[in-house]
Write a protein that binds this ligand. Structure first.
Ligand SMILES: *[C@@H]1O[C@H](CO)[C@@H](O)[C@H](O)[C@H]1NC(C)=O
Ligand SMILES: *[C@@H]1O[C@H](CO)[C@@H](O)[C@H](O)[C@H]1NC(C)=O
Ligand SMILES: *[C@@H]1O[C@H](CO)[C@@H](O)[C@H](O)[C@H]1NC(C)=O
Ligand SMILES: *[C@@H]1O[C@H](CO)[C@@H](O)[C@H](O)[C@H]1NC(C)=O
Ligand SMILES: *[C@@H]1O[C@H](CO)[C@@H](O)[C@H](O)[C@H]1NC(C)=O
Ligand SMILES: *[C@@H]1O[C@H](CO)[C@@H](O)[C@H](O)[C@H]1NC(C)=O
Ligand SMILES: *[C@@H]1O[C@H](CO)[C@@H](O)[C@H](O)[C@H]1NC(C)=O
Ligand SMILES: *[C@@H]1O[C@H](CO)[C@@H](O)[C@H](O)[C@H]1NC(C)=O
Ligand SMILES: CC(=O)N[C@H]1CO[C@H](CO)[C@@H](O)[C@@H]1O
Length: 626
């Protein structure tokens, strides 16, 4: 290591030859750099043909007291490292000669900051002439990485003098490092009234330095997007190094110049009952204090710029004005928005429930007040489709005219706004009857009687035994009103043939109809309606069937006879071995018959005994069947 220093020194030596008057030429480096705690080597080169008679190393204390302190002494007999000096135990001195160049090297272990001082090497020759040289030892320590700290309050663009933006710190540097501030990669230079950089250096107990730099500047709005950082530059032995802090963004405050209002829902029509949120937003920072007024009245709120109007009504329609107040700049800005709350009022149908005479005309009107165009249509249960329009004309009223008329009003552009209203139209007249009966095999039979007419007719049922003519009690009458009349239903257990009469009467007249119910077979028969000035209303029975129980008995007897004959024939054929009597064959036979009607079904059970008998016989002679 010493040789590395020696080589360039030799060159320097030639240039500086005999710079001193001294008889001994001594040359040394002006400065030797070393890291703190490292080992320092300070070479001292001299030209003598023979070994030096004496070499002494001194140090000079820094500061005013320039007195030398001897730390090392050497002659051809003794070598002394001064006891009690700062350097006892920390230094070694070596001596060497190479190509007529003689040198001595002072080595200092574990360099301290206090070693940053001057070292003097003095060399004597035999004639007791002497020469000396000096070297300054420079100690270095790399500082910590720079730490940047943002000033937390925002900086207003309205400030005229620079405000503190951030500070940057590095620690334990030596010698003093430099801090440079950057904005968007460009270094910031102090400039009057715009950028100010304040630095402070603290010497710590260790002697190392702490450097703090504070950046003050006036900001513009665009600076909110700028990236700031600081950079530390410091020397190390033989080099200049640098390190950057994290980047930061600053908070810039600027006044509000415009206030914008918006509402939620944003693009939907608003109707009564909705919840509407009003937002006030200024283009400044920080957000100012907002007040909202409606119809010259201030609305309560926290000033954050959000208002929630619940369950709005049409009276909430109008212009909302938002005012921002910036306490920093003492400025006010205003904005406004119009809100329309749509509505659809109660539907009014005129006239309301009405009783018409036959052949009378009537005009129904349906109206509802709305803030938007409406669509009005009429419905009635027995209509295939609606009738559009708010006026409905009814001509020449008949029972078909009677019923419930529903007017529906819709706002097409705001489908939630809709409503309907129904009116009952009755047509005065004497009752008009329609009777019916369930026509299936199950008992009991349900008989229904439907009577149109107004006032709503009263239905009376009578039941009588057809053969004896005696009345039979009517049970379980169920009556229900309909839009145009009344429906009555009774359940009848026809243990014998019955006649059921349904009578409907109101103030205007009476109508009557009857049904015949046969015993066992639950089929019903109707007779024609009898009523004064009957309208000729007839019922077409589903399955009219002629004939009473007498006929049924005759049929049963004939059938039994036929079966007896058939049985004989079958037995005869079997005896002759002509009949391949399988199970499937028998089943087909019965099925065919079963499909005829109820009566035949009853006989089937009688016949099945016969079938079992046949089966048993067949069982013995199974083999011929395939
Ligand atoms: C050499 O000179 C120094 C002063 O420069 C003196 O103290 C010392 O005694 C001298 N030595 C001899 C041997 O002359
Ligand atoms: C610090 O800045 C000064 C002045 O510009 C300069 O002389 C010095 O060399 C710099 N030091 C470092 C470590 O960059
Ligand atoms: C909304 O307002 C109407 C009229 O002011 C009121 O009748 C209704 O009860 C309110 N509904 C709610 C949910 O507050
Ligand atoms: C009214 O209706 C009745 C029967 O329903 C009919 O005979 C009469 O001609 C109708 N009158 C008019 C004007 O249409
Ligand atoms: C009678 O009742 C049957 C079944 O219950 C039904 O299909 C038929 O339409 C009714 N007839 C009348 C005139 O009401
Ligand atoms: C007859 O009426 C009763 C009672 O309403 C009902 O439970 C039953 O299903 C009806 N029978 C028929 C065949 O409609
Ligand atoms: C209907 O008939 C019942 C029983 O017969 C009677 O009590 C009622 O008053 C009658 N109502 C009318 C409107 O005729
Ligand atoms: C039932 O109707 C028949 C014919 O429609 C009539 O002869 C009979 O008198 C009526 N009976 C009663 C009790 O109304
Ligand atoms: C070996 C050698 O150089 N010895 C010298 C030591 O120094 C004295 C004077 O200080 C000389 O006289 C010796 O010759």
């Amino acid at each position: 290591m010493a040789l590395r220093y020696i080589a360039p020194l030799v060159v320097g030596l030639i240039v500086l030859t005999c710079k001193t008057w001294a008889a001994v030429d001594v040359s040394m480096e002006d400065r030797v750099d070393v890291y703190l705690k490292d080992q320092a080597k300070i070479p001292c080169i001299y030209t003598l043909n023979e070994p030096a008679t004496m070499i002494v190393w001194f140090t000079k204390l820094p500061g005013k007291d320039q007195s030398r302190i001897r730390i090392y002494y050497y002659d051809n007999q003794t070598e002394i490292i001064e006891e009690g000096s700062d350097y006892a135990g920390r230094i070694q001195v070596s001596h060497g000669v190479e190509n007529a160049v003689r040198s001595t090297v002072l080595t200092i272990d574990t360099v301290e900051l206090s070693d940053q001082r001057e070292f003097i090497c003095m060399v004597h020759n035999v004639l007791n002439d002497s020469g000396e040289g000096h070297t300054r030892l420079q100690v270095f320590n790399s500082p910590s990485l720079p730490v940047i700290k943002l000033e937390h309050t925002g900086i207003s663009v309205t400030k005229n003098e620079p405000s503190k933006v951030a500070e940057c710190k590095v620690d334990n540097g030596y010698p003093r490092p430099n801090i440079t501030w950057y904005k968007d990669r460009f270094p910031l230079q102090p400039s009057v009234g715009e950028i100010e950089i304040k630095e402070s250096v603290t010497v710590k107990a260790s002697g190392l330095l702490r450097l703090e730099s504070q950046l003050f500047m006036t900001v513009i709005r665009e600076d909110e997007d700028a990236i700031f950082y600081c950079e530390v530059q410091y020397f190390v032995p033989g080099a200049l190094k640098m390190a950057e802090s994290h980047p930061i963004k600053i908070t810039v405050f600027y006044p509000t110049t415009e206030v914008t209002l918006s509402i939620n829902p944003p693009d939907r029509l608003i109707k009564e009952g909705d919840t509407v949120e009003i937002y006030c937003e200024g283009n400044g920072k920080p957000q100012p204090i907002y007040t909202l007024s409606f119809k010259d009245k201030e609305m309560s709120g926290e000033g954050t710029g959000v208002w929630i109007l619940e369950n709005v009504t049409r009276s909430d329609s109008g212009t909302y004005e938002c005012q921002s107040f910036d306490p920093e700049t003492d400025t006010e800005v205003e904005g406004s928005i119009g809100i329309t709350v749509h509505y659809l009022d109660h539907i009014v149908v005129t006239p309301e429930d009405t009783v018409l005479d036959q052949m009378q005309d009537l005009t129904l009107t349906c109206n509802a007040l709305s803030s938007l165009p409406t669509y009005t249509a009429w419905h009635k249960d027995d209509w295939p489709e609606e009738v559009v329009g708010h006026v409905l004309e009814l001509y020449n009223a008949s029972y078909d005219t009677a019923g419930m008329y529903t007017c529906e009003v819709m706002v097409r552009s705001l489908p939630e706004l809709r409503g309907q209203k129904s009116v009952q139209i009755s047509v005065r007249g004497k009752p008009k009857i329609a009777v019916n009966a369930t026509n299936n095999a199950d008992r009991p039979v349900n008989l229904t009687c439907y009577a149109q007419g107004y006032p709503i007719p009263n239905i009376t049922w009578t039941l009588s035994d057809r053969s004896t003519g005696k009345p039979v009690p009517v049970l379980n009458v169920e009556t229900q009103s309909t839009d145009t009349g009344v429906v009555s239903m009774i359940s009848v257990k026809a243990t014998s043939a019955l006649t059921a009469n349904c009578t409907a009467d109101n103030e205007i007249g009476t109508d009557e109809d009857s049904l015949s119910i046969d015993a066992i077979a639950s089929v019903t028969t109707t007779t024609q309606a009898i009523s004064p000035k009957a309208t000729g209303f007839t019922i077409t029975p589903k399955q009219p069937q002629k004939g009473g129980s007498g006929v049924a008995i005759a049929v049963i007897i004939i059938c039994l006879l036929l079966i007896a004959i058939l049985g004989s024939v079958l037995y005869f054929l079997y005896k002759k071995g002509r009949l391949p009597c399988g199970r499937s064959g028998k089943q087909d036979f019965t099925k065919e018959k079963a499909s005829k009607d109820d009566i035949v079904m009853e006989m089937k059970s009688g016949k099945s005994e016969e079938a079992v008998l046949l089966q048993g016989v067949n069982g013995d002679k199974k083999s011929p069947t395939v």
